[in-house]
Write a protein that binds this ligand. Structure first.
Ligand SMILES: *Cc1c(COP(=O)(O)O)cnc(C)c1O
Length: 466
């Protein structure tokens, strides 16, 4: 088998957290008890947890040291001033609203800017962004570039379809569109990046029509890395320079800092418009906290001020993106098709192509997710018909999702390449016996976001055939 080059970690380990591999019998018992829903497993029962990269990263020695400097003053804390200065510098914006995670930034932005019935275009809305937009009576509209649905690898699959955006603005009229959002990187579309050219084009269209242009920038540094690596004219620019050029194009930014903030909690909105900032703060004080802490402790703000700078370190970003690429190569070698090119924060296995014998109604990606747990004590997550399939309430008929994917998200600075090799060995064993992977059926579900809490059972062969 071809030896694939492993990137080497640009850090060494100072504190360790033990993890335990349960026996096969224990894993079987745990997954039955969890009704085949990985969200119901306890963390202690998992060896390698790739459920999400959100808030699961490891902090640096500098961040742990900064925690001790946390100023827990209610108003005007020093920790906020440090956080504010870093965010202003990154985003090129004058005003910073702190909040405890990304979805609060969305809630505040939509509550202030959006009127019921209006449209919010986005390259692809993340699920909480979509949820918050709908909750305020808005209509989230996804306008991903046509490249997003191509199987073959292309750079910048996360782009906005700018032609479709302009056509949409002309059709609905400027008054129906309070803002346009660009998600960088495009999380729901495989963590694929957006090119600088596409950011400029989208910005130009928004500004020509006088529509505020916002970033949803949870993974801004990963996006900047891809621009440096893959876009002509940016190879010699620093990550900081690219970040500045990106943010100079937008009027405001919302961030879930649980990703590229390299911290376990945090978020913000940054804008240039003072009146808008004041309106955001009115709601912030009601639902989160005073405008110099926004639902965060002083020590969280300290950790974020350090993390937001560390994340722009080229060596860190190069290792991170290379680690995802390496992971993709060894999983492909293990016989599983993946979404290509690999993006910034996760690997997506195409379970629809891997298990063509399981119908979407019986959740092939859930079948593979359970196989990873049973075979390797590894937690991944289904992103397919279980998560996104829509059920007709009258007939019970399910409209399948666009793709049946299993997402393996990599927490930042947490797992080594040996952990990834272990996962690839597990994948190889699963491939060797993939004919034995069953389909699943939902036996109990709530009305909304069923994947988090539903109960599942193995579908019998009879049901597979029918
Ligand atoms: C995670 C995420 C959010 C939501 O942020 P939370 O911190 O989980 O509330 C919004 N947008 C994108 C692109 C994200 O990745």
């Amino acid at each position: 088998m071809k030896k694939i080059r492993q990137p080497a970690e640009p850090y060494r380990i100072k504190a360790v957290e033990p993890i335990k591999l349960l026996s096969r019998r224990e894993r079987e018992e745990r997954i039955v008890r969890a009704h085949y829903n990985v969200f119901k497993l306890d963390a202690v029962d998992i060896y390698i947890d790739l459920l999400t990269d959100s808030g699961t990263g490891a902090m640096s020695n500098a961040q742990w040291a900064a925690l001790m400097l946390g100023d827990e003053t209610y108003a005007g804390a020093q920790s906020f001033r440090k956080f504010e200065a870093v965010v202003k510098d990154i985003t090129c914006k004058k005003f910073v609203v702190p909040c405890h995670q990304g979805r609060v930034a969305e809630n505040i932005a939509f509550s202030t800017l959006l009127k019921a019935g209006q449209y919010v275009p986005n390259n692809t809305h993340f699920d909480t962004t979509r949820g918050n937009c709908l909750h305020k009576g808005g209509n989230p509209v996804d306008l991903p570039s046509p490249d997003a649905s191509e199987i073959e690898a292309r750079p910048f699959k996360g782009n906005m379809d700018t032609e479709a955006l302009e056509a949409f603005i002309k059709e609905e009229g400027v008054d129906a569109i309070p803002m346009v959002i660009m998600t960088i990187t495009n999380n729901s579309s495989g963590g694929q990046p957006v090119s600088m050219a596409n950011i400029h084009e989208t910005s130009e269209i928004c500004h020509r029509y006088g529509i505020p242009f916002f970033f949803d920038c949870a993974r801004f540094a990963e996006n900047a890395y891809f621009i440096k690596r893959d876009e002509a004219g940016y190879g010699d620019k620093s990550i900081q320079e690219i970040v500045h050029e990106m943010f100079a194009c937008c009027d405001g930014a919302m961030m879930s800092a649980k990703k590229d903030g390299l911290a376990n909690i945090g978020g913000f909105i940054a804008v240039n418009d003072e009146e808008l900032y004041n309106r955001f703060c009115e709601l912030l004080i009601m639902i989160e906290g005073f405008k110099t802490y926004g639902g965060l402790a002083g020590r969280d703000l300290e950790a974020l001020a350090v993390g937001l700078q560390e994340v722009m370190d080229y060596d860190y970003l190069d290792f991170r993106v290379e680690q995802v690429r390496y992971f993709g190569e060894i999983i492909k070698q293990a016989g599983m098709p993946i979404v290509e090119p690999t993006g910034g924060h996760a690997l997506f296995i195409d379970a629809g192509r891997f298990l063509p014998n399981i119908a979407p109604e019986q959740f092939p990606a859930q079948g593979l997710t359970i196989a990873f747990y049973l075979e390797g004590c590894i937690r991944s997550v289904e992103i397919g018909t279980l998560m996104f399939g829509e059920e007709d309430p009258e007939t019970g008929e399910i409209t399948p999702a666009r793709q049946e994917l299993v997402r393996l998200a990599l927490p930042r600075r947490v797992y080594t390449n040996s952990h990834l090799d272990y996962i690839a060995e597990t994948a190889e064993r699963i491939t060797a016996q993939k004919a034995s992977i069953p389909g699943y059926k939902v036996v109990k579900q709530p009305r909304f976001l069923r994947h988090f809490t539903c109960d599942l059972a193995v579908a019998s062969n009879q049901e597979v055939l029918s």
